[in-house]
Design a binder for this molecule. Sequence first.
Ligand SMILES: [Zn+2]
Length: 134
Amino acid sequence: MYKMVTMDTGCQHPLCRGSVPPVLEQEGLCPLHFLRQMEAQCSEIRRETLLGGIDGRRRAEIGEFLSTRALILAQLATSGTRLRDDTRPCLLSVFLTLINVCERLARYGTEDRPQPTLTMRANLAAAMPAAGMK
Ligand SMILES: [Zn+2]
């Protein structure tokens, strides 16, 4: 599945001459194109969760995929790789997107269940007049 990339190979994205840092060798992409690819993958996963029909197996696959990508992202951020100034905000944005997608995946399938907080609020509202509260 992974392509072998040597140190002197540039980014595999068409028309990009960016260099591939060691942490992204298996991806074969420069930091910017790796981040753009991750953003697109997260968007695709988000769309998939919105469409529904994800079973437990697929959910586990997506969870594993996101964990692997998060690890690579963290390594890119902490490996000492010199990132361009315009790439740093992109990295943070992708982290945020990843967090949101992971939360969405964790909540997936629970949206149709009764919301305990709403029930509690309704009970609380019913109890308020009796307690003399508004
Ligand atoms: Zn590139």
